[in-house]
Design a protein around this ligand. Sequence first.
Ligand SMILES: *Cc1c(COP(=O)(O)O)cnc(C)c1O
Length: 419
Amino acid sequence: MNGKGIYMDNHATTPLDPRVLEAMLPYLGDVFGNAASRSHPFGWEAEKAVDAGREQIAWLINAKAKDIVFTSGATESDNLAIKGVVEFYKDKGNHVITAVTEHKAVLDTCKALERKGLATVTYLPVDRYGMTDPEAVRKAITPKTVLVSIMSANNEIGTVNPIAEIGKVTREKGVLFHTDAAQSAGKLPLDVEAMNVDLVSLSAHKMYGPKGVGALYVRSKGPRVRLTPIIDGGGHERGFRSGTLNVPGIVGFGKAAELSRDGMADEAQRVLALRERLRERLFSQLDDIFVNGHPVHRLPGNLNVSFAYVEGESLLMGLNGSTSPIAVGTSQLPIAVSSGSACTSATLEPSYVLKALGVGDELAHTSIRFGLGRFNTEEEVDYVVARVVHEVRRLRDLSPLYEMAKEGIDLKSVEWQRE
Ligand SMILES: *Cc1c(COP(=O)(O)O)cnc(C)c1O
């Protein structure tokens, strides 16, 4: 626990691992060269650091180092993958297949291409757990299909897609396959060879690295993927992404990748145990709560729960310290979680991801996303359980609907009177 509160929003971003910070520090100080300066040791030193980072990141996904293209983050990587493929292969076709639960970085990129008349896009539905069916991908492929883009793991509900099975289909059909792995990289194994993936979006700040740096893996062989760049300039990164490289960011990203891969199995087990402790304790103390997302195939650190009869926003405010807390003690700490998706929580629309699962608007409005990570502890989980249980009971005590439901009145049969 730290003074600012308890951080359980690790899908929005993760804290910088102190070991990552330590690796970065020299590159924010004395080692300032431009990795593209080939004529002196200042440049060589920076280039060496970038090469090492490239190796570490490639190793995380079993790729070749030269196939890693550095970007500013997964949003840019998604844009480059989708716009780059659509533009380059326009003589072959203009059809893209994706899914309704993708991150906005993918969905809005697809919509922008449709608006400009540059692509036609199929948005596949998902099952009630949020999974994409590889057979649905197969059926959607046409002779005009140039790209399939399906995320590795969902940022709201944590559902993990069958990437290897989808890769099998796309390889068989000779269609390029992109996956947004911002949430799963460093947490679950990802092997671009075994899974037949051609393009992968990564983000450092989702795996305990710095913000503002990411990568796109672009397969150079078997098949060789071609892309039209979206940023032109000095021809850096094989011409795919011009611009002076963020050397400290890349050093940190590399270190973060190495730490994640070295500790992956242990960390997944430890974080999963925390997640299950959270889930079991909430379920043993509260009725009418439901898990959203897949019961098994989900990110170890993700728990998305609907608390029926409780407005998610109200619960959030009871937890994050933005309302003066009801006195249950003197030492209340703010708790950081999300309701719906962080990216859509500015609006009061229920999450489009939950809607796609078939969760009704009412229950969707009661959902909270807990994102556990490397630095969470059992003590924090227990504290969060106590606070959530307290808040949910308090809010339900104020809810006439909850009272009626408890009295056995079927709320669907109630004829509401208009004032
Ligand atoms: C966070 C996230 C992104 C955006 O990554 P940035 O590096 O912040 O641009 C894209 N896709 C998914 C699934 C994410 O979780």
